[in-house]
Design a protein around this ligand. Sequence first.
Ligand code: CA2
Length: 146
Amino acid sequence: MSDFIAVLNGPNLNLLGTREPAVYGSDTLARVEHLCTETAERYGLAVKFLQTNHEGEMLDRIHQWRAEAAGFVVNAGAWTHTSIALRDALVTVESPLLEVHISNVHAREAFRHHSYLSDIAAGVIVGCGIQGYQFAIERIAALRES
Ligand code: CA2
């Protein structure tokens, strides 16, 4: 197993910090990447960071990293609520999966309340803003030490 955490972001998250600040805050995805890198470094880990609007690219990357990564932090965006293909890919990963949502999906529309990922995740963090990514990395580091 390599010493990196895969941080995967799904559709439209490239728009973070440019629209809907009341829901998603004003930090950009570049800031999220920086926060992840900084947090992982405290535990001697690197980060491989992906944002894609293309589901196939996301699946290919999971296949590439599934046996290598020390953990997966996944904000799948709207695919969370729709994609069995994404679930089928993530169920094959060999290290802990942490599901992250910036907003509190349970306080939003009913279609955001169901996740195809939560029951296969080692943990789920919602509504903590971009700090959720930090918590997820800290949790992966703790699981490695236990
Ligand atoms: O709260 C989250 O992190 C979500 O995963 C974000 C997704 C949404 O579909 C999920 O239900 C919850 C949407 C990501 C779109 O991000 C934007 C950010 C800024 C402006 C527009 C979209």
